[in-house]
Write a protein that binds this ligand. Sequence first.
Ligand SMILES: Cc1ncc(COP(=O)(O)O)c(C=O)c1O
Length: 389
Amino acid sequence: MFYSLASSSWGPEEINAIQRVVDSGMFTMGENVKAFERDFAKYFGMKYGVMVNSGSSANLVAVASLFFKKDRPLQRGDEVIVPAISWSTTYHPLQQYGLRLKFIDVELDTLNIDVGKIEQAIGPRTRMILAVSILGNPAAVDVMRKIADTHGLYFMEDNCESMDAEIAGKKTGTFGLINTYSTFFSHHISTMEGGVVLTDDMELYHLMLAIRNHGWTRDLPEGSPVFDKRDDDFFEAYRFILPGYNVRPIELAGAIGREQIKKLPGMTVQRRKNLAHFQKLFRGDDRFIIQREHGKSSSFCFTIIMNPQRNIDRKRAFAALKKADIGYRIITGGCFLRHDVIKYYDYEIVGEIKNANIAHDYGFFVGNAPTDLTRQIDTLREVLDRACN
Ligand SMILES: Cc1ncc(COP(=O)(O)O)c(C=O)c1O
């Protein structure tokens, strides 16, 4: 494809890493996963990392762990504040654990939650704010963390789209009590499938180690605060303490992750160069609303919303992109409230959802990648210029 939505960021290092695992004959979660968790947590300056088989599973074990805290656990019926645009599995664990969602609109330019509306959404049963930085562009996670702390709420970041982004001199995905990442193919680093949760909280870390792996105690270190070990090795070897899952990653993913995390800073530099070129070509053209960078974006992709005031036919633009062999798709999952699955949710809408609907109806994104995309972005500009007259 001339300009695809995603492309591989692997080189010989990842292939060699795969070969080493194949040669070892040890495929199930082990030393490579452990080493990747350490490298990943270190890169982001957090204490603990738990790798799982996807970003979706990262959200699942993160939310689950908050239900099993000794102190002030989340409870069914508690409320969580969420943005109207994110991916489906940002929300599904919240529904599955019986939480009530309070949806807030996004800003049309950043595509992130309108933080000015959060205070009015907080009620007596509100327990958590779940922040999402959309497509590499930091949400105001610094502001949200302060609001959460002021009101005694948990603060969680679903940072699955924004690895290596920065705000206020700190990486997104490090502001939350608990923070999730995806390492799926199209993301900033790829382990084929994969996800990571980062936290500085030892109790949550231990809870997640158990929840990830059948709910058993086998992965918990000596002296863990989340269970009392008994003097019976036979029973302890298969001791279940939590209603967990099997969302373990495989060794191949861990080994690839170790190579990819070394390349992340360089890949982010290239993504930002591409972003700067895209911004230069599209900024100031009032037919197109492009994502306004807030902090330092790690630029997952480039979003374009057809200015609703300009009456541009998005279908015509799509046809032109198709003809030019340029991939495009909906912005993340669009406005989540527009999906059929919402009928299964307990939720309310705070204020009006206007911008998320505009993004849903008038927007799309094209890919970014850690390679030079100057030629592709130039063509994109020419194609849209012609198609949107
Ligand atoms: C915001 C967000 N959360 C969670 C996920 C799920 O990640 P995965 O595809 O690794 O399950 C995605 C996927 O892209 C996402 O964009």
